[in-house]
Ligand binder design. Structure first.
Ligand code: ITT
Length: 217
C-alpha cells in the first residue's frame, strides 16, 4: 500500500479518485519544507524524510499556484500565503493585474528505500558536499543525508487565470483559478483530475509505478 504524504485531505481525495480507492492511504506527516525556489527539491527532501519515518513506500505531493505577472508568486510559498493572508487576499492582489494568467504546478516525489533510476535532484549534491566538507564527525545534519535515498519526481502543470471566487468544491485556491469556462471549485474531483496539475503528475506516476511493480514480479 502506498502512503500519500500530506496533511491536506483534499489532495488525498484526488489521489484516491485517480489511483483507485484502497490503493493509497494518507500519511499525515508534516515533513520539513526546505526553502527553495522550486517544488522538486522540497518534495524530494520530504519524500526521504517521510520514508525514513514510515519505512514504507511514500509519495509526497508538493504543489503551488504561480501567477505570471507576480513572477510566480505565491509559488513555493502558496501554503504559507493561504494560511496567513488567505485566498481572498490573493484574488484582491490579482484583480489589480492586467495579465491574470496563472498556473498550478504539482511535483510528486516517490521513495521506497530501494535503488532505481532516480531523477536528478540538486539537493542531493548540496547535501553530499556539505556532509563531505564537515567530515565524519562534522555537524552536517542527519548523517544519512550524505547518501541520499533515490527519489523519482513526477511533474504536472495546468494553465489558467485568476478570477473572483466561484464554486464550493475542491480546496485551497480552487475557487479563484479558472481553467476553460469553470473554476476548479466548480468541477467535481474526476473532472478536475482530468485536467489538473495533480492529475497530470498522477498519470505519469501511475504509468511508471505499474512498470516498476511489473518488473518486481
Ligand atoms: P501538505 O504540504 O501537507 O501536502 P499543503 O496544503 O500545505 O499540505 P502544499 O504545500 O503542496 O500542501 O500546498 C501549497 C498550497 O497550494 C496550499 O495552500 C494548498 O491549499 C494549495 N494547493 C495545492 N494544490 C492545490 C489544488 O489542487 N487546488 C487548489 N489549491 C491547491
Amino acid at each position: 500500500m502506498l502512503r500519500y504524504v500530506t496533511t491536506n485531505p483534499g489532495k488525498v481525495r484526488e489521489a484516491e479518485s485517480y489511483l483507485r480507492e484502497g490503493s493509497v492511504e494518507q500519511l499525515d506527516f508534516d515533513y520539513t519544507e526546505i526553502q527553495a525556489a522550486e517544488l522538486g527539491p522540497i518534495a524530494a527532501r520530504g519524500a526521504r524524510e517521510a520514508y525514513r519515518h514510515a519505512v514504507k513506500p511514500v509519495l509526497v505531493d508538493d504543489a503551488g499556484l504561480f501567477i505570471e505577472e507576480l513572477d510566480g508568486f505565491p509559488g513555493p510559498y502558496s501554503s504559507y500565503v493561504e494560511d496567513t493572508l488567505g485566498v481572498e487576499a490573493v484574488w484582491d492582489l490579482a484583480s489589480d493585474l492586467e495579465n491574470r494568467r496563472a498556473a498550478f504546478r504539482c511535483t510528486l516525489a516517490y521513495c521506497d528505500g530501494e535503488e532505481f533510476a532516480a531523477s536528478p535532484d540538486p539537493v542531493d549534491r548540496e547535501e553530499r558536499v556539505a556532509a563531505a566538507a564537515a567530515g565524519p564527525d562534522g555537524d552536517a545534519g542527519d548523517a544519512t543525508d550524505a547518501e541520499p535515498l533515490p527519489v523519482k519526481l513526477f511533474e504536472g502543470y495546468v494553465p489558467g487565470r485568476m478570477v473572483a471566487p466561484r464554486g464550493d468544491g475542491g480546496f485551497g485556491y480552487d475557487p479563484i483559478f479558472e481553467h476553460g469556462e469553470e473554476t476548479f471549485a466548480e468541477m467535481d474531483t474526476e473532472r478536475k483530475n482530468a485536467v489538473s496539475h495533480r492529475g497530470r503528475a498522477l498519470e505519469k506516476f501511475a504509468e511508471w509505478y505499474a512498470d516498476r511493480s511489473r518488473d518486481e514480479t
